[in-house]
Design a protein around this ligand. Structure first.
Ligand code: E4P
Length: 215
């Protein structure tokens, strides 16, 4: 499973890239606001840090305006993936981007049928929002499992990008459900490295080895 970082904070992206585990980046308008950056400005910096797919979301809500905004973002760099909301206008815009070989990420996916529509129209990625479904009393990971079956049934090449990840357990479950990608906030990515038995094991090995040098 590929790992993307879900942030617009370039310092977080720099650190995670330095760990060597990042395949791409996802951003959204809320993350841009949190980082205090405009999408164009942040994206231009992020492409110099990560050599992989970088999702930049449009804020337009009408298909023609989405196409115009997305085209301008796609012109920044070939690694830019245009993130569109899964609305009727988003799907109309998706058809245009697919026919012009521009990569897309259909976001705010909450049902298998929405994923099916996006795959039929050639989306590069779809982003099911696991955590937000859990927050609303559903079992978010079941959505990934159902979309996996549908995409495999019809050999859709659209990649499942597990989003709205809230815990290391979500990452593990997304991998078990054969999600193609998980996009993970910085803190959770960091948590993936740690296990108390690893720390304890390193300490024991070092202490044991000191006994030889002490002789
Ligand atoms: C995905 O691309 C979104 O940016 C993100 O995962 C949304 O997560 P949230 O529900 O924590 O806002």
């Amino acid at each position: 499973m590929e790992l993307f970082i879900d942030t617009a904070d370039v310092e977080e992206i720099r650190k995670a890239a330095d760990w060597g585990i990042i395949d791409g980046v996802t951003t959204n308008p809320s993350l841009m606001a949190k980082a205090g950056r405009t999408t164009r400005d942040a994206i231009a910096e992020i492409i110099s840090i990560v050599d992989g797919p970088i999702s930049a979301e449009v804020i337009a809500t009408e298909s023609k305006a989405m196409i115009e905004e997305g085209r301008a973002l796609a012109d920044i760099h070939p690694n830019i993936v245009i993130k569109l909301p899964l609305t009727m206008d988003g799907i109309k815009a998706l058809k245009w981007f697919s026919s012009h070989d521009i990569k897309t990420n259909l976001t705010l996916v909450f049902s298998p049928n929405q994923a099916l529509l996006a795959a039929k129209c050639g989306a590069t990625y779809i982003s099911p929002f696991i955590g937000r479904l859990d927050d609303n009393g559903h079992h978010g990971m079941a959505l990934i499992e159902e979309i996996r079956v549908i995409f495999d049934n019809y050999n859709f090449s659209t990649k499942i990008l597990a989003a709205s990840i809230r815990s290391p357990q979500h990452v593990r479950e997304a991998a078990l459900a054969a999600s193609d990608v998980a996009t993970v906030p910085f803190k959770i990515l960091k948590d993936l490295f740690f296990h108390p038995l690893t720390d304890k094991g390193v300490e024991t090995f070092l202490n044991d080895y000191k006994k030889i040098t002490a002789k």
